[in-house]
Design a protein around this ligand. Sequence first.
Ligand SMILES: CC(C)(COP(=O)(O)OP(=O)(O)OC[C@H]1O[C@@H](n2cnc3c(N)ncnc32)[C@H](O)[C@@H]1OP(=O)(O)O)[C@@H](O)C(=O)NCCC(=O)NCCS
Length: 159
Amino acid sequence: MKNTSELTIDLMGRDDLPEILAIERESFPSPWTAGMFIKELESSHSVCLTARININGKSVIGAYIIFWLVADEAHLHNLAVKKEYRRQRIAYGLMEVMKEIAVKNEITVQTLEVRKSNIEAIKLYQKCGFVVEGIRPLYYADTHEDALIMWADVNPVRK
Ligand SMILES: CC(C)(COP(=O)(O)OP(=O)(O)OC[C@H]1O[C@@H](n2cnc3c(N)ncnc32)[C@H](O)[C@@H]1OP(=O)(O)O)[C@@H](O)C(=O)NCCC(=O)NCCS
């Protein structure tokens, strides 16, 4: 789908799930199950992408992103980078791809929820132009943590 010398962005498939589940488990306190990923792969409004890295001639999944395109919104549902490949702008690159796909689909806004304590992710989203516009109290059932609701216009000039 999209290539750089080091990274290949491609559509996620069922064969990718073992690698993705390993990244998911090291990334989240309540990781998604295989069934949850399969539901996304089968959903017509869900876009599921992987970022592959070439390591000594072998292609490995370094990260993935899942977002929905519904009405005029792109809604981020999942994003994770394998621990050993973090801080190399891979997540930023995937957020840029989400924006490019949103533009192609005439989407005007992007939104997401993020744990209030997930400072790394909040910084990433701020770098991508998102701002906090609300709070969902006790949104996360596992830790009873609040979610911050963040929004960004696809056109970076806010009205
Ligand atoms: C959050 C996450 C996706 C970031 O992935 P990443 O590829 O390491 O992020 P990037 O390298 O693209 O970082 C882009 C920007 O985000 C911010 N950022 C990312 N990680 C950060 C960290 N550990 N500390 C501070 N800022 C950070 C920085 O502003 C960074 O820009 P910089 O490179 O100019 O400093 C990754 O840490 C991860 O997978 N975390 C676990 C899963 C998760 O929390 N997902 C988000 C759910 S809402």
